[in-house]
Design a protein around this ligand. Sequence first.
Ligand SMILES: Nc1ncnc2c1ncn2[C@@H]1O[C@H](COP(=O)(O)OP(=O)(O)OP(=O)(O)O)[C@@H](O)[C@H]1O
Length: 230
Amino acid sequence: MSILLDDVAFSYNLPKKDGRFIFEHVHAEFSPGHFYAVMGPSGSGKTTLMKLMSMELSPSAGAIHYDDKDITALSRQTLLQTRISRIYQDYLLVPYLSARDNVLLAAEILGKGRTSQDKDRAEELLHTVGLDTELWNQEVLSLSGGEQQRVAIARAIIRDTPVLLADEPTGSLDDENTMKIAQLLRDIAHERNRVVIACTHDIECARLADDILSIRNRGLVSLREEDNHA
Ligand SMILES: Nc1ncnc2c1ncn2[C@@H]1O[C@H](COP(=O)(O)OP(=O)(O)OP(=O)(O)O)[C@@H](O)[C@H]1O
């Protein structure tokens, strides 16, 4: 599933006359099998971009296409249930459930109840993101920020959707775990032919991306294309 941003503009404040545009004339294409990093200073619009791509916000102008379909022709519920998984900057876990149950809940919503394969997969993912086994049954409220972040990553990945949108997925992690997660995101893109987009401040995470898009002057600039033209 590819994503195309076609001349997208966005302002939170329209129709006020002084509405400041976060984005103007944004053109970008995201293809399956690729891991993209989106970088930009705080407040430049990284989370806003994720919200536009997941229909939480609508462009003020221009269009977003999933494959060749205008996003407005899709139902938001279908898009979020079957096509897109998100890793949220503030995790959005269910605080009173265990780490394992947070991950299983995501699989359960998509499937038909809770299967033993789901349980195996949840445990495999918790292991992959490096969460100690003794923490799997603990309420996530009692976990550290970095541990919660890794539960949120496992929860998004178990859904195995064509698109994975990750907002600061390594924001609370140390260097070792940052590299592990960046590698995991890249592997998902390459091995499962997914579109993986991570908004990040972390250059170490971005280094593993196939392309880095930088938010500049309310647009998105591909550093790979810039290199090709240099
Ligand atoms: N609901 C909202 N209403 C009005 N303005 C908003 C709203 N949400 C965000 N903004 C503004 O839009 C701009 C972009 O915000 P956004 O959260 O997308 O930035 P970001 O690049 O993700 O920042 P950070 O790196 O700090 O998380 C900021 O100036 C922010 O204040």
